[in-house]
Design a protein around this ligand. Structure first.
Ligand code: ARG
Length: 276
């Protein structure tokens, strides 16, 4: 990765407080319904994450929490937007299906967004990442566990951006955002073994200077980060990943998110980036 001054860019995010957060079903290997969740602690940790983003000067919109939708806190899964075009989500599991309409209402009630309802299963920013300065504006997308391959083509038609399909192979890293992160507008960090051998070769060709994470980094949800191009907000448990981030010239900001990890998510899952 070429070491230049890491410049932040102002962002707009969407988050939803974990007021009704529990682990009452298990749809990924991290979820254990027998271990109780401390919802009050989850809320406290979530507020610190929100203030961390606000302190950096970013805008954070808040989606109202809904009883019966414990995973709505993982706001990244609700849609994927690029330049005002919004590709809506369609959840794989019935337990989360109703979340899509909550996000759709958010975009449709605001001026300036062009919302498209998807025909194919896709979990929004969980499986889509955008790199505005790489290859003229590239969308990286994951498939294998949640988002269907057909949704990648659909996203390309909705967004008018090249969408590159990457095959996820490890159930622990079931969404792209658990295995790969955009550090800024052109650089990525990823954990190679979360991808098929061919997808690893594709990533190595496109991103020869990428930051490489190891299994421990990924298991600490160190790739589930939110970066503004300079400040990298990541799970406090991912100390080694924070070191890699710092060595590459970025500024890591660790946050404690122990409770959200019980649902199989961390910083990035809780934060959707809105690209008007
Ligand atoms: N419990 C949620 C699920 O399994 C966690 C979603 C995490 N979100 C993410 N963007 N990776 O669907």
């Amino acid at each position: 990765m070429i070491q230049t001054e890491r410049m932040p860019r102002n962002r707009t995010y969407l988050m939803c407080p974990p007021e009704h957060f529990t682990v009452e079903y298990a749809i990924n290997p991290w979820m254990d319904t027998t271990v109780p969740v401390d919802t009050a602690l989850a809320l406290k940790q979530w507020e610190i994450l929100r203030y961390t983003l606000l302190d950096l000067g970013h805008t954070v919109h808040v989606l109202e929490a809904q009883p019966g939708l414990p995973d709505l806190v993982y706001a990244a899964n609700g849609a994927f937007s690029v330049d005002g075009a919004v590709y809506g989500a369609r959840f794989k599991h019935p337990q989360r299906a109703a979340e899509a309409a909550v996000h759709e209402r958010f975009y449709r009630s605001r001026a300036g967004w062009r919302f498209t309802s998807p025909a194919h299963v896709n979990e929004g920013e969980g499986d889509f990442a955008y790199l505005p300065d790489a290859y003229g504006g590239l969308v990286l997308s994951g498939y294998g566990f949640r988002t269907e391959l057909a949704a990648h083509a659909e996203a390309q038609e909705v967004l008018g951006r090249p969408v590159l399909s990457l095959c996820l192979v490890d159930p622990a890293f079931y969404h792209l955002d658990t295995a790969l992160a955009a550090l800024d507008d052109r650089n990525v960090a990823y954990y190679p073994d979360a991808f098929s051998p061919a997808s690893q070769r594709v990533l190595a060709r496109l991103f020869p200077d990428a930051m490489i994470a190891d299994r421990a980094d990924a298991e600490a949800f160190g790739l589930n980060l939110v970066s503004d191009g300079r400040h990298v907000v990541l799970n406090a448990e991912a100390a080694a990943m924070a070191g890699k981030v710092r060595a590459a010239g970025y500024h890591p900001l660790p946050v404690e998110l122990s409770e959200l990890k019980r649902g199989g998510g961390s910083v990035k899952c809780a934060v959707a980036e809105l690209r008007p």
